[in-house]
Design a binder for this molecule. Structure first.
Ligand code: NAP
Ligand code: FE
Length: 374
C-alpha cells in the first residue's frame, strides 16, 4: 500500500499570532464571514482579536454565531445562505471543532450548490471559499484536517464530509484563548487529540511520518496529565498554566495532521453513537473507549500495543485505564440493548476497515461492556 502526506495549511503559532500576522488575511479576500459558536469566542477575546486584525487591514466582515456543539446539516445550510447573500470572499471559523467543522461545510456550500442528499457524497466541483481557522479548544485538530463532521439525523450518527477542498488556507494557534476553558472540556478535548494520535498509529494508512507526529503528540499530552489531574482535584478547578495549554494545542495540531493522513479507527466509530444517542461529548466518548480498544490490539498484535504503550510512557493497558478513569470520573449508564445497537452500527463503518487490528462485532460489544460496566 502506498502512503501519502498532505497538509496545505499555513499555520501561525504563538502569543498574539493573529495581530502579528494580520496581513495574511488579505490573501483570502476583502470580505469575511466569521463563523463561531454562541458565546465563547466573544468571552475569550478571539473574536475581538480577529475583528481588530481585519479592521487593521481593511477587510469587512459579518458574524454568523449560531453554531451549536455537534453542528447540524440545517445549521451549515443556514450559514451558507448568509455567506451567499452577503457575497463574502472567505470564511473565518473561531472556536472548537464544532464552529471549525461548520465553517468548512459553509465554505463548500457557499461556493457550489450541493443538495442535502449529496452532501456526504464526495462528489463536488473544485470550488470552495478559502478559510482561516482559530481553534479555541485543543482537541479536534480540525484546523489542519479535510473533515467536516456533522450530525446526520437520517443515519442517526455523525458523518464526515471528507475532501481536500476543506483544508483551511490559514490557521492561528494562540493558547491564550483557552485560559477560561473549563477543566472538563479541556480534558475531553485532550482525550480527543490523544485518541487521534493513538488511532493514527492503529490505522492501515499509518506511515513513518504520521507515526513520528503521533508519538510526539502522545508524549506532549501525557506530560500534561499530572497538571490536568491536579486542576481537576483542586477546589477552584482553574489554573492551568499557559505553557501547558500551548503544549496541548500543539499536540492537538500534530494529532490533526496525523488523522488527515490516516483517518480514525474503531474508537471514533463507536464514539459517534455515544454522542448521537447519549449526548456524551465527542472527546469524552473516545476517552472512555480507547483503553479497551487498546486491550483488543494487545491481544491480537502485542508488538503494536507495546509501541503505543511506549509512546504513552506506560507499562500496561491497565495503567492507561487508570488514568482515563481518573480523568473522566463517574461514567454514564449504558444498557445491554444500547450496546447491541451501537456495536451493530459501528461494525458497518469504514473506520473498521481502516483498523490494522479489525475488531469483530463481539469485540466491539466487549469494548463497550468493559469501558462502561467495569
Ligand atoms: P465544541 O463543540 O466546538 O465546543 C464545546 C464547548 O466549548 C462549547 O460550549 C463552546 O462554546 C466551548 N468553548 C470553545 N472554546 C472555548 C474557550 N476557549 N473557552 C471557553 N469555552 C469554549 O467542542 P470540540 O470538542 O472542540 O469539538 C467537537 C466537534 O468537533 C464534534 O462535532 C466532533 O465531531 C468534531 N471533530 C472534528 C474533527 C475534524 O477533524 N474535523 C476531529 C475530531 C472531532 P461556544 O459554543 O459558545 O463556542
Ligand atoms: Fe475526534
Amino acid at each position: 500500500m502506498t502512503k501519502k502526506f498532505y497538509m496545505p495549511t499555513r499555520v501561525f503559532m504563538g502569543y498574539e499570532c493573529i495581530a502579528k500576522n494580520c496581513e495574511a488575511f488579505k490573501t483570502l479576500g476583502k470580505k469575511a464571514l466569521i463563523v463561531t459558536g454562541a458565546s465563547s469566542a466573544k468571552k475569550n477575546g478571539s473574536e475581538h482579536d480577529v475583528k481588530a486584525a481585519l479592521d487593521s487591514v481593511g477587510i469587512s466582515y459579518l458574524v454568523f454565531d449560531k453554531v451549536m456543539s455537534n453542528p447540524t446539516i440545517a445549521c451549515v445550510y443556514e450559514g451558507a445562505k448568509v455567506a451567499k447573500e452577503n457575497d463574502v470572499d472567505f470564511i473565518i471559523a473561531i472556536g472548537g471543532g464544532s464552529p471549525m467543522d461548520a465553517g468548512k461545510a459553509i465554505a463548500l456550500l457557499a461556493a457550489q450548490d450541493i443538495d442535502a442528499a449529496n452532501l456526504f457524497s464526495g462528489n463536488y466541483e473544485n470550488k470552495v471559499l478559502p478559510m482561516a481557522f482559530v481553534p479555541t479548544t485543543a482537541g479536534t485538530g480540525s484546523e489542519v484536517t479535510q473533515y467536516s463532521i456533522l450530525t446526520n439525523d437520517e443515519k442517526q450518527t455523525k458523518t464526515s464530509i471528507a475532501s481536500d477542498l476543506l483544508f483551511p488556507a490559514l490557521a492561528f494557534l494562540d493558547a491564550k484563548y483557552m485560559e477560561y476553558l473549563s477543566i472538563s472540556t479541556t480534558i475531553n478535548t485532550a482525550l480527543d487529540a490523544l485518541s487521534h494520535a493513538v488511532e493514527g498509529m492503529l490505522s492501515v494508512k499509518a506511515s513513518s511520518v504520521s507515526n513520528a507526529l503521533a508519538v510526539k503528540s502522545i508524549q506532549l499530552i501525557m506530560a500534561c496529565v499530572p497538571d490536568l489531574l491536579s486542576v481537576l482535584n483542586s477546589k477552584s478547578k482553574t489554573g492551568l498554566e499557559l505553557s501547558v495549554r500551548e503544549q496541548m494545542l500543539h499536540a492537538s495540531f500534530m494529532a490533526g495532521m496525523v488523522i488527515a493522513q490516516t483517518g480514525t479507527t474503531a474508537v471514533h466509530a463507536m464514539g459517534y453513537s455515544l454522542t448521537y444517542f447519549k449526548d456524551i461529548d465527542h472527546g469524552r466518548a473516545n476517552g472512555l473507549l480507547l483503553g479497551e480498544y487498546l486491550r483488543i490490539v494487545e491481544r491480537e498484535q502485542p508488538e503494536l500495543a507495546d509501541r503505543i504503550l511506549k509512546a504513552l510512557s506506560l507499562s500496561s493497558v491497565n495503567d492507561f485505564r487508570e488514568i482515563t478513569d481518573k480523568l473522566l470520573g463517574e461514567k454514564e449508564d449504558i444498557s445491554t440493548d444500547e450496546i447491541q445497537q451501537f456495536s451493530k452500527m459501528a461494525i458497518q463503518t469504514k473506520n473498521i476497515a481502516n483498523c490494522i487490528v479489525k475488531p469483530t462485532e463481539d469485540d466491539l460489544k466487549e469494548i463497550f461492556i468493559l469501558s462502561f460496566l467495569m
